[in-house]
Design a protein around this ligand. Sequence first.
Ligand SMILES: NC(=O)c1ccc[n+]([C@@H]2O[C@H](COP(=O)([O-])OP(=O)(O)OC[C@H]3O[C@@H](n4cnc5c(N)ncnc54)[C@H](O)[C@@H]3O)[C@@H](O)[C@H]2O)c1
Ligand SMILES: O=c1ccn([C@@H]2O[C@H](COP(=O)(O)OP(=O)(O)O[C@H]3O[C@H](CO)[C@@H](O)[C@H](O)[C@H]3O)[C@@H](O)[C@H]2O)c(=O)[nH]1
Length: 438
Amino acid sequence: MKIAVVGTGYVGLVSGTCFAETGHHVICVDNDNSKVEKLKGGELTIYEPGLDTVFLRNTKEERLSFTTDLEGAVKASDVIFLALPTPPGEDGSADLSYVLGVAEQIGHIIDKDEYKVLVDKSTVPVGTAEKVHAVVAKNCKGAFDVVSNPEFLREGVAVDDFLRPDRVVIGTSSERAKETMQRLYEPFVRQGNPIYFMDERSAEMTKYAANSYLATRITFMNEIANLCEKVGANVDNVRIGMGSDGRIGKRFLFSGVGYGGSCFPKDVQALFKTAKEHNYDFKLLDSVMGVNGAQKFKLAEKMSAYFDGDLKGKKIAIWGLAFKPNTDDIREAPAIYTIRELLKAGAEVYAYDPEAMENMKEIFGDQVTFVEHRYDALKDVDALGIVTEWNLFRTPDFNYMGELMKDKVIFDGRNLYNTKDMKELGFYYNSIGRTTIY
Ligand SMILES: NC(=O)c1ccc[n+]([C@@H]2O[C@H](COP(=O)([O-])OP(=O)(O)OC[C@H]3O[C@@H](n4cnc5c(N)ncnc54)[C@H](O)[C@@H]3O)[C@@H](O)[C@H]2O)c1
Ligand SMILES: O=c1ccn([C@@H]2O[C@H](COP(=O)(O)OP(=O)(O)O[C@H]3O[C@H](CO)[C@@H](O)[C@H](O)[C@H]3O)[C@@H](O)[C@H]2O)c(=O)[nH]1
């Protein structure tokens, strides 16, 4: 099949590359010329483990190409995926201007005697498939269907998630489009995972419900952790005890410094807004947003309390800037909130991340000292804050760290270390939902 993917960001680039990997011909379209030029030159524009191999193979074998020419790509394709941004608008609802803007252009392009399937891959509010349909229909001379196909990949493991999805959700009321989507996804679900066909509105809602549920689950654990600190329980033990109940499950129960990323924060907000528009007060989501907003300041608050509210002139190292490990993405990263608070209080910040430093430099510039190696951040610092659980931080040389640091003080927002070990090593060690070690 011939496929166009409009929007070549995290979702578009991964989806396009993975569709090419199953033998389809894919043209990725983006209106960012510099991005397209880089990709044409064989250079990836995002850090995503495993993507380089698949990307190089498929570009070399000419199944995957890049362009800024939307018209040419649409003309050459049977199926057109929209993997465009849906950022929060001023009132918190999803901004559909990218999706509807491109849909309108596509309407002008589809000619008589042509049939195209337009697929919403972006995360879009309930009712968007109908809006896209209306916008395309305004100018379209040919035939088309609009399908809702939300994407569930996680950054950092996106290629694997795409090639081996837990499930594929397709919202469509057209038999013709259903057949096309079935053929397209067949290779990804051969290992037995299902494709669920449903109506467009349910597919759109499924995406928001999944993300909001996961965000709620994490938030619940963050509140349990906060309470554990007060009552002297250990949230890691609690997590293991809870998670081994088959009804609860082990995954997505890790407490920390709040959820971040380009999806959970905006999608919870957008679902809350959808509820409001339908006169439904989704109180649970309101609490989730409030609790998560506060949790992102947790590490900075702990540090401030340790230094009796006076961080002025204190040297603080930060390990981890990306919103999660194995990505360079810093959208809504807890590290941004932590560093902002530290700088506001007059601290000097020395930061290290294996992949996200370039992106973070765009926010903080020379307000923060970015270092080449993790240990370079530690020279003479009063404390270290750990914000992202990169594997690289899991088993460091604690003795060497102790020699480098002015004081052996660690604030760990991801519970990477065993509290008993830290006691033996002589660190002050303050983590999330566990007793602080002096
Ligand atoms: N990032 C994720 O992990 C993830 C996972 C599932 C779903 N989603 C959803 O997928 C959508 C895309 O997310 P993303 O993270 O890939 O975004 P992104 O910002 O990484 O990529 C979007 C791309 O669209 C391009 N673009 C913008 N306007 C355009 C236009 N008019 N024509 C062509 N290209 C244009 C941008 O230049 C950019 O490259 C969002 O709705 C998001 O919520 C994201
Ligand atoms: O137990 C956990 C798991 C995650 N997180 C945090 O939650 C956020 C999101 O993590 P994750 O879900 O792994 O990353 P994303 O790439 O944002 O993926 C989410 O958002 C995507 C975009 O919609 C969806 O496609 C995915 O299914 C959904 O997991 C990050 O800040 C994590 O640190 C925790 O604090 N504790």
